[in-house]
Design a protein around this ligand. Structure first.
Ligand SMILES: Nc1ncnc2c1ncn2[C@@H]1O[C@H](COP(=O)(O)OP(=O)(O)O)[C@@H](O)[C@H]1O
Ligand SMILES: [Mg+2]
Length: 331
């Protein structure tokens, strides 16, 4: 999608200043009192437009999954707003979330979590149609067979059980279950991370094909740089609960600005015109979100850290029309 198109379209999903804090109790549980707060998601904003893929990338523990879950209110958000078709989803009473839950589906890393091991596949995929009272028995069965076909499976799979399938096939079935309601948005949380590399690209290509066929927008969550690059139109890079850089995919890879983005990308093979990109090796582990560094949270691992980075929280800055970075180097 070109930048121009991107701008003209209204966002389908607008995520604004979302926060999710977890209270952590001490060794003695409640008696120990509240030990602290994990700021798993701390002021995350981005928008998703129709038909596009927004990739969320970052190391394990950076808050990607919690962001996805908070948007769907699978975990109650601490603060912020999520607008879907101009309605603030965080203000909607839970029992009135049906339409949103129908339009915005989630696909997980482990499809077992959405496939009941004791139920035949056909019935599992049909379940959401039951819940939302779609069609009669015959129509529902037809829709299941249709979606099975779309994800590259056949009618012969209808009566089988989840354990009879390979990992790649199970992920296709997980996808079928998410897509049977014909959603507009799919939040994919590490959908290919558990699969062999050869199978990964098949599933990523299937996701792309279905996106065009069914006009889907994806929020694609992964720690895998190559995968996120392959599928995303725009990417947000997360570190300790914050998006530190956001740009269209090609811009981000040709000129990563944040030292954290540069470091993440250092680990993956470069293309010809990226040869002069600097190689940065990250020092140490990701700090505990229970006790994050002051100022810029990345300063403890940043090879370019200055004095100000320890003291002051950097502000998000627009470098190009669609390229944002939160780093003192650019202030
Ligand atoms: N239910 C929970 N209670 C306490 N801490 C949590 C909970 N869920 C996630 N966290 C913490 O929030 C941070 C972000 O986790 P997560 O969103 O799973 O990151 P990612 O998906 O990027 O690996 C981690 O430090 C994690 O330990
Ligand atoms: Mg995760």
């Amino acid at each position: 999608m070109s930048l121009h198109e991107n701008k003209q379209k209204e966002p389908l999903l607008s995520v604004q200043h979302v926060k999710k804090y977890f209270s952590v109790t001490g060794q003695w549980g409640r008696l120990g009192g509240v030990k602290g707060q994990v700021k798993a998601v701390n002021d995350v904003s981005f928008r998703l437009v129709e038909g596009e893929t927004y990739g969320l990338v970052g190391e394990s523990g950076s808050g990607k999954s919690t962001t996805g879950r908070a948007i769907l209110r699978l975990t109650e958000p601490t603060d912020g707003e999520v607008f879907y078709q101009n309605e603030n989803i965080f203000q909607v009473p839970k029992r009135k979330l049906q339409r949103f839950r129908k339009d915005v589906q989630m696909v997980f890393q482990d499809p077992f979590s959405s496939l009941n091991p004791r139920k035949r596949i056909g019935k599992t995929i049909e379940e959401p149609l039951h819940i939302h009272r779609v069609g009669n028995q015959k129509e529902r069965r037809e829709r299941v067979l249709d979606i099975l076909d779309k994800v590259g499976m056949g009618p012969e799979h209808y009566y089988r059980f989840p354990h009879e399938f390979s990992g790649g096939q199970r992920q296709r079935l997980g996808l079928a279950r998410a897509l049977v309601m014909e959603p507009k948005v799919v939040i994919c949380d590490e959908p290919v991370s558990a699969l062999d590399v050869s199978i990964q690209s098949q599933v990523v290509n299937l996701l792309k094909q279905l996106q065009t066929e069914m006009d889907l927008a994806y929020l694609f969550i992964t720690h895998d740089i190559s995968v996120v690059r392959h599928i995303s139109d725009r990417i947000g890079v997360m570190y300790l609960g914050e998006i530190v850089e956001e740009a269209p995919t090609d811009d981000l890879f040709s000129s990563p600005l944040h030292p954290y983005t540069q470091a993440l990308f250092s680990a993956v093979p470069r293309t010809k015109n990226e040869r002069n990109r600097e190689r940065i090796v990250l020092k140490g582990e990701i700090p505990s979100p229970l006790n994050p560094p002051t100022g810029c949270k990345f300063h403890t691992r940043c090879p370019f850290a200055m004095d100000i980075c320890k003291r002051e929280v950097p502000k998000r800055k627009k470098i190009e029309p669609d390229h944002f970075v939160t780093c003192h180097l650019y202030e």
